[in-house]
Unconditional design. Structure first.
Length: 556
């Protein structure tokens, strides 16, 4: 069993109720206790490095907070087989004022010091603006040049643009996130400050390309939730969620995410420590000052409600609006797991055939009263399933909890994996022919994009085919029906975890045109079944002649 006093103290304090943690940090502790601490055969804490870092930080900077004591050992947790870090990416996300910048200041200074002991271990701190990127750099510069710190001045050559560790010849610099003006260097560590402002992955791609040229490469992503949606923050945040939920192997990414568990906790100051560990009782001097500031901002909301969005996002580290909400909550998805009512009426057929090289889903939509039943079947290409889900790996026959259990879903009759370069459209045609014999389906709704291939084949078999020219244009109009259907448990998918997986991979984004149903991740998290379901809902009123649905009169 691996042991480290700082890790053990933190977990013990939480279990004894002395530390208040949000759900994501509780999940993190669960992963640590399950996958890290029992594996002293694979990993080791470098106790000398941990002690050196903490002593160095507290001698020259400040006493670390409990959360910093907790994270530090994992920065110096190594694999026995190659002495490389178990975690090379640290995502630290918390409310404003938590001390993130101070933490990375101490780390950056330590990494280029002789105590760290790795030559040419350059550190770059990257942010959207020069002012932001210089924040931690200037803190190091001022500490080194402060009167009385002659020992540091002998170890470092500190200029206003770079700080060099004279023993290791490691350089600490600040840079702005303009990918076009940057080249990947040979950094040992890259720190992305306020990474929620990055609109895409370009700057991370540039700097991460320079890692690996020196030992123990690391990346740190620090920030608070912001207002840039579908930027790099959202990508990284969803990856962290997948790690914490066991969908991605725990190793590589260390997600330390502090946030409210629900927005109602904003009105209970005792819960604020969930979003910002600096507000954890008992408060130190800095914590009291921060608490007073946050409380003043909170009280102002009573007569200045326009400040609510900034307070919720920046102080409570919570996204209040619906711009990144999942299309259905966990409970709403569970509610779709009900037996179908008797499927004795003629259904509407639908399909999503967006790519012939990965997934395609066919479906039938039935209606009874206020309820809708969606019976679906999916085809997938074997090569895609091998690459992204380990389909042919026998260890993944029934799912590992880390990858979609494609083979299990296939064995359960929910899908078929085809070993062919691209999907033969006759698989879809034949499925609908079979469904017509059973349920009498006559009309099929589909994305117009691929109907040039499928329409003549389906029409040759006597089906009526209707194409949706721009599926995204119907999303804002269908959003109320979709939201109402999930919220009031009107949708039934039956015992079909594949369909619930498709739906869970969808998020709702607010746009100028209205709500859009988009993928949470472009490659692995498929949404074909959900999109086929939405296509069917487009003509759902044809299942009930007495109901008039406004979409029927709109031409897209």
């Amino acid at each position: 069993m691996l042991q480290n006093k700082y890790v053990e103290d933190y977990i013990k304090k939480w279990k004894c109720g002395k530390i208040l943690l949000n759900k994501k940090r509780i999940l993190l502790i669960g992963l640590i206790e399950k996958h890290i601490l029992p594996r002293d055969d694979l990993y080791y804490f470098d106790e000398e490095q941990i002690a050196n870092y903490i002593e160095y930080s507290e001698k020259w900077y400040f006493e670390l907070d409990e959360w910093e004591y907790f994270i530090a050992p994992f920065i110096f947790l190594f694999r026995k087989e190659d002495d490389e870090p178990v975690f090379d990416e640290f995502v630290i996300n918390m409310g404003r004022g938590g001390g993130k910048n101070g933490f990375i200041s101490t780390l950056a200074n330590y990494f280029i010091s002789p105590l760290h002991g790795i030559d040419y271990y350059d550190v770059s701190i990257v942010a959207n603006s020069e002012k932001q990127s210089k924040r931690s750099f200037l803190e190091c510069f001022r500490v080194i040049n402060k009167k009385g710190n002659e020992d540091l001045q002998e170890e470092f050559e500190a200029y206003k643009s770079s700080i060099t560790g004279l023993t290791t010849q490691s350089v600490f610099e600040f840079k702005t996130s303009n990918a076009s003006s940057q080249d990947g260097g040979r950094e040992g560590a890259v720190i992305y400050d306020e990474y929620h402002e990055m609109e895409d992955t370009s700057i991370v791609d540039v700097f991460s390309g320079g890692l690996g040229k020196v030992d123990c490469g690391r990346q740190f992503f620090i920030g608070t939730k912001g207002f840039v949606r579908e930027g790099y923050f959202d990508i990284k945040y969803r990856e962290c969620e997948d790690v914490l939920n066991g969908l991605i192997e725990f190793g590589g990414v260390f997600p330390y995410i502090c946030e409210l568990d629900n927005l109602e906790e904003m009105d209970d100051p005792e819960q604020w420590a969930k979003a910002n560990p600096a507000l954890q009782s008992p408060l130190n001097k800095r914590g009291k000052r921060l608490y007073n500031t946050v409380m003043k901002e909170y009280k102002k909301l009573a007569y200045n409600p326009s400040g609510r969005a900034a307070f919720v996002t920046k102080r409570m580290n919570f996204i209040e609006d619906n711009m990144e909400n999942s299309v259905a909550s966990r409970d709403e998805l569970k509610a779709t797991n009900r037996p179908f009512f008797e499927l004795d009426t003629k259904p509407i057929g639908s399909l999503d055939f967006g790519s012939v090289r990965d997934f395609s889903t066919c479906g039938l939509l039935f209606k009874k009263g206020d309820e809708y039943a969606f019976k679906s079947f999916t085809f997938a290409i074997k090569h895609f399933c091998d690459v992204h889900y380990g389909y042919s790996n026998t260890n993944n026959d029934f799912g590992s909890g880390k990858k979609a259990p494609i083979k299990k879903w296939e064995n359960d009759g929910l899908m078929a994996v085809k070993d062919e370069p691209s999907l033969n459209p006759m698989h879809i045609v034949n499925w609908f022919i079979e469904m017509r014999e059973i349920y009498g389906v006559e009309k099929i709704i589909a994305d117009n994009f691929k109907l040039d291939i499928l329409r003549p084949l389906l029409e040759a078999e006597g089906f009526e085919v209707e194409g949706i020219r721009r599926p995204s244009s119907i999303h804002p109009l269908l959003a109320p029906r979709v939201e109402d259907g999930f919220a009031n448990h009107k949708f039934i998918f039956g015992d079909n975890p594949l369909m619930r997986w498709f739906t869970n991979n969808v998020y709702v984004k607010e746009t100028q045109a209205g709500k859009q149903f988009l993928k949470k991740e472009e490659v692995k998290r498929k949404t074909d079944g959900f999109q086929a379901f939405v296509h069917a809902l487009y003509r759902a009123t044809e299942l009930d002649d007495e109901e008039e649905f406004y979409l029927d009169e709109i031409s897209f």
